[in-house]
Design a protein around this ligand. Structure first.
Ligand SMILES: [Zn+2]
Length: 59
């Protein structure tokens, strides 16, 4: 599922996201300039948070 890692908003896969940022070979979809700026400033933080969420869902 496509999710904006910064604000957690679900992205419609049929719609073009505001920005796509590639970080460590993974693509992340950002919904607005603010989210993109925040993600680019601290990608590590948001990626770690995403992975934690994914793990919680598996349990
Ligand atoms: Zn966003």
């Amino acid at each position: 599922m496509l999710r904006d890692p910064v604000c957690g908003k679900r992205m419609n896969p049929n719609k073009k996201p505001y920005a796509v940022v590639t970080y460590k070979g993974q693509r992340y979809f950002l919904c607005r300039p603010l989210c993109q700026a925040a993600f680019e400033r601290e990608p590590e933080k948001y990626v770690a948070a995403l992975q934690r969420k994914a793990k919680n869902l598996q349990r």
